[in-house]
Design a protein around this ligand. Sequence first.
Ligand code: ADP
Ligand code: MG
Length: 374
Amino acid sequence: GYQRVLEENRKLYNQVQDLKGSIRVYCRVRPFLPGQANRVNAVDHMDEGSITIITPSKYGKDGRKSFTFNRVFGPYVTQEEVFADTQPLIRSVLDGYNVCIFAYGQTGSGKTHTMTGPKELTPESVGVNYRALGDLFFISEQRKDSFSYEVSVQMIEIYNEQVRDLLAADEIRNSSQKGLNVPDANVVPVSSTSDVINLMNLGQKNRAVSSTAMNDRSSRSHSCLTVHVQGRELASGTIIRGCMHLVDLAGSERVDKSEVVGDRLKEAQHINKSLSALGDVISSLSQKNSHVPYRNSKLTQLLQDSLGGQAKTLMFIHISPEPDAVGETLSTLKFAERVSTVELGAARVNKDGADVKELKEQIASLKAALARKE
Ligand code: ADP
Ligand code: MG
């Protein structure tokens, strides 16, 4: 009776919250690395939703600066725990939403650790990419009596505003001759997590090949694993399309213009431009500007359909604990703060039918039922 109504009410309320297309920002702090000698910590305090950084005198008077996020993950939070809060997003991809998951932070702060995992992958250490795909197949299997799903993936890299297909058999392919937000990259059908693992390995290998010329190009390019899902509701024949972008962004560190020249300077300028374009797009969406500057970078052009009121976005912000990283840490936290004040309109399912309004009506009627009980 009463308890059940209460339960239902809460469930529906959560669903409505979940349908809101707001951008969620999670902050993850990397542990000190094994063998690291100086273990003075720039993080003064953290709890589930906030973090306080010690700002050294070089950045003004010695003091502390606090930031609030949807979640803060400390250095010993496991990959599984980090992913736990991401699971509802995976479900919504199968329900026809577009989802973007970003890893942002300076080089060495743990972006690839979050998205892919450490060098030696174990079932416990794999990152968001593997877990997301695993869940996607698991949930689609659970739904097989009412839906039939087709899943396919693309893997691209954006380096100096050039899009490169990591699943191309051989040479670099540039998307510039094709549609803006659909890169001319191979779309490969997959039917199991191991299919995806094989493709991710291929993509990593293709990425590595090009990085021999320049050391660690991976920190200076954005890499994006895109998962396309098409579901057919067996009873009605309705087609639902969802899409998930898993983006390991280029390192956000600012390079000192007086110290770099030539290729390095060009790289740095491209990275700055695309990361600030990302920030601009999100902040202009939050202000409901009629003009959203998607075209200012390849990254935002590519993600145009998956950023904004119709989509769900999750940004993992990474910070390093070392005091000498504090300048970058503060700039990362400020970027995150700018992005997280966002409240976008309701996300929309890529299909006609059930939406927030209906759920709100149900909540209203449940509330009325609840009031009658009291
Ligand atoms: P980025 O991709 O941001 O440059 P990495 O993910 O490569 O950074 O992380 C740098 C180093 O720190 C790697 O050796 C990685 O394994 C380690 N590391 C990062 N985050 C964690 C974490 N949460 N727990 C343990 N080790 C981590
Ligand atoms: Mg990396």
